[in-house]
Design a protein around this ligand. Structure first.
Ligand SMILES: C[S@@+](CC[C@H](N)C(=O)[O-])C[C@H]1O[C@@H](n2cnc3c(N)ncnc32)[C@H](O)[C@@H]1O
Length: 352
């Protein structure tokens, strides 16, 4: 948490605004839609609802607060992270049990650098403070539901089959919060985190070392990791698919299938449409307002077919409840009034 009172006040304000948006404004907008369409069944196609939703009295507020509060969040977080902290991370990045392999020749694809994903100015890759800004932003966005990174622990505890893994590869590991719980739950496994962003990887290694975790962090494109074929029993990703353009998804799944040994498992945590047209429209537009251009196209594509084309079997999606249960049995979420992400896990296996 930031030290300065002004920074804390700015963050408190933004977080309160975001909670109100999710807990009050979103259900209010749904109520307005239901009142406006009383008794008339709603279309199941989210885009078909758009004109009606956009004409509701609360919509302009809803849309503005969503985008405006995200911009305010990065501004407030950016103000509270200092360059001094970033150089501290840089100094300590390879001091400890975790290891870091950066590739100065790695190519950052145009689609990766063109967009300020999540509206974070400069993205997570541009300079050394970027990763710290992302770390604090990500922690605050999920505050209350993500104490001590509960969300990623739940993924590992409920979505990853309990087995003896020799090598686990976490694709798009960011600053490592998806990778640490994999190593904690499977200490015998060699755990490798892959990301394109050097600043994130430095922070990931520093934070892993501080926890005594022996994890290998490696800079590479998740679609061409350079790791040996058939060398992993488990390939994971969390929140990578919706940051991947549709044209790139087959390459990502091909690489995952290439990495997996026979009988190995793939578990990717991301989002899926729910069949609730109002909620799905809000999610599609969330991607648009939040500068996540690949989110809606990813959700519209059949990833199970892409996984099957990559040679994986039993590909299916299951819902994920980030508050309590974790992985659910089917692609169906418990009812809830507030705005929240439609988390889901893509599961597949490599034939034995
Ligand atoms: C939303 S973050 C998720 C990070 C982490 N998995 C988590 O759950 O906190 C997505 C990460 O994927 C990385 N990324 C996106 N496309 C990638 C690619 N093709 N190869 C490697 N990393 C990628 C980004 O740099 C970013 O760190």
């Amino acid at each position: 948490m930031p030290d300065r009172i002004a920074d804390r006040a700015a963050l408190d304000f933004v977080l309160t605004l975001r909670r109100r948006w999710a807990d009050r404004l979103y259900p209010h907008l749904r109520d307005e839609l239901e009142a406006a369409t009383a008794g008339v069944p709603l279309s199941r196609h989210p885009r078909a609802l758009a004109a009606q939703v956009h004409s509701l009295p609360a919509y302009a507020w809803f849309a503005w607060v969503e985008r405006g509060s995200q911009k305010m969040l990065w501004r407030a977080v950016g103000d509270s992270v200092s360059g001094r902290q970033a150089s501290g991370v840089r100094r300590q990045a390879d001091a400890g049990p975790a290891s870091l392999t950066l590739d100065p020749a790695v190519e950052l694809p145009g689609w990766y650098t063109e967009w300020d994903i999540h509206l974070q100015p400069g993205g997570v890759w541009s300079d050394d403070t970027a990763a710290l800004v992302y770390e604090l932003g990500a922690k605050l966005v999920m505050l209350g539901e993500n104490d001590d990174y509960k969300f990623h622990r739940l993924f590992v505890e409920t979505a990853v089959p309990p087995r003896h893994y020799r090598r686990i590869v976490d694709l798009g590991c960011g600053f490592g919060k998806s990778t640490w719980p994999l190593k904690k739950a499977h200490p015998q496994a060699e755990v490798i985190g892959i990301d394109l962003a050097a600043p994130c990887l430095r922070l990931a290694a520093q934070r892993a070392s501080a926890q005594g975790l022996d994890i290998r962090f490696r800079q590479a494109n998740a679609s061409s990791t350079g790791l040996e074929p058939g060398s992993a029993d488990l390939v994971t990703s969390t929140m990578l698919l919706h940051e991947t353009p549709v044209a790139e998804l087959p390459n990502l799944l091909d690489e995952s299938a290439r990495l997996l040994a026979p009988g190995g498992v793939l578990r990717f945590l991301d989002f899926q449409l729910t069949g609730d047209a109002f909620r799905d429209l809000a999610m599609i537009e969330h991607g648009e307002r939040n500068n996540e251009p690949f989110m809606a196209p990813m959700m519209a594509h059949d990833l199970t077919a892409i996984a099957a084309d990559a040679g994986l079997v039993n590909a299916r999606w299951r819902a994920f409840d980030e508050r309590s249960e974790g992985l659910l049995d089917a692609l169906a979420w418990p009812p809830r009034r507030d705005w929240h992400f439609p988390w889901a896990v893509l599961e597949a296996e490599k034939r034995t």
